[in-house]
Write a protein of this length. Structure first.
Length: 94
């Protein structure tokens, strides 16, 4: 497993069902956990899709909200598309 950190910028949001959103993100400023810039591991292609986060079908991303809250989301887009997640809104959730 490779772990990266970076900046996600929301580029698209659409409600596809009640309390369910499709979110697309631009991924930039990728680093490893020690803060070293990522230039060309197998998951990254510089200049591709606005910062270059490349992924395989079936992978997921984990996002941190606040100090201790983490949530994992399956990637809903195809590898040649922008990073897209489908998120169900839960009352009282993060």
């Amino acid at each position: 497993m490779q772990i990266f950190q970076g900046q996600l910028t929301l580029t698209y949001k659409s409600e596809v069902a009640r309390e369910t959103l499709v979110l697309r993100f631009d991924v930039s400023d990728l680093t490893d956990l020690q803060g070293n810039a990522i230039s060309s591991p197998s998951l990254i292609k510089e200049g591709d899709r606005g910062g270059g986060f490349n992924f395989a079908t079936g992978q997921f991303v984990s996002m941190q909200f606040g100090e201790k809250s983490w949530r994992s989301y399956s990637i809903a887009s195809l590898p040649e598309e922008e990073l897209e997640l489908v998120v169900r809104l839960v009352e009282g959730g993060v």
